[in-house]
Design a protein around this ligand. Structure first.
Ligand SMILES: CC(C)(COP(=O)(O)OP(=O)(O)OC[C@H]1O[C@@H](n2cnc3c(N)ncnc32)[C@H](O)[C@@H]1OP(=O)(O)O)[C@@H](O)C(=O)NCCC(=O)NCCS
Length: 169
């Protein structure tokens, strides 16, 4: 039997596909979706992906900038595809692709891509180690590599801000 904690878990184990219908309460006066509602759904999809990878509940540590490249209209479907891109020691980067789907034509449009960091939590509320993620396809290896660059840049920014704050009287 393979030891997941040591040998890792393939990306496919963390895949989540979530579909929602855009209802009136999700939209603004123009009949298009509130960005915050999309963020709430993407946070849930990311939470499921991270829990599938870590084998337990995780918390959202951060959500990278989320750019909405196309509006989502009342009555459309929102399809969210997420999986773990990269693992640190206790944290994971989850990547999510958001698409709108027209219920009549079936036409799918890319509306946003989002990267979220989740941390696995032990019963006492402290971060706990997660198994390494195993990218198996060229696409997964590309995402793994790019997620590593994003993690380095996040940690660098966090460190720079801490230094700056410590200098402010
Ligand atoms: C996220 C949290 C668990 C980190 O705890 P911490 O005591 O700061 O832990 P550490 O500094 O040891 O960091 C743990 C991991 O989180 C990562 N991390 C911490 N803050 C981060 C941030 N802002 N962005 C990305 N990663 C972060 C660290 O890089 C580390 O990763 P690694 O183990 O893979 O190297 C803690 O800040 C927390 O509980 N935050 C609130 C989470 C929450 O409630 N989310 C929902 C908001 S409504």
């Amino acid at each position: 039997m393979t030891n997941v904690a040591e040998n890792g878990r393939p990306v496919r184990d963390s895949r989540c596909e979530m579909t929602e219908i855009v209802l009136p309460s999700h939209t603004n006066q123009l009949g298009t979706m509130f960005g915050g509602q999309l963020m709430a759904w993407v946070d849930i999809a990311g939470s499921i992906s991270s829990a599938r990878h870590a084998g337990g509940v995780c918390v959202t540590a951060s959500i990278d900038a989320l750019q909405f490249v196309a509006p989502v209209k009342l009555g459309q479907h929102v399809c969210i595809f997420s999986s773990v891109n990269f693992t640190g020691t206790t944290s994971m980067e989850v990547g999510a692709r958001l698409e709108s789907e027209d219920p009549n034509s079936g036409l799918r449009v890319h509306v946003a891509t989002c990267y979220l960091t989740f941390v696995a939590i032990d019963p006492s509320g402290k971060p706990r180690p997660v198994p390494p993620v195993i990218p198996e396809t060229d696409e997964e290896r590309r995402r793994y590599h790019e997620a590593g660059l994003r993690r380095a840049s996040r940690l660098e920014l966090k460190k720079a801000l801490q230094i700056k704050r410590s200098l402010v009287p």
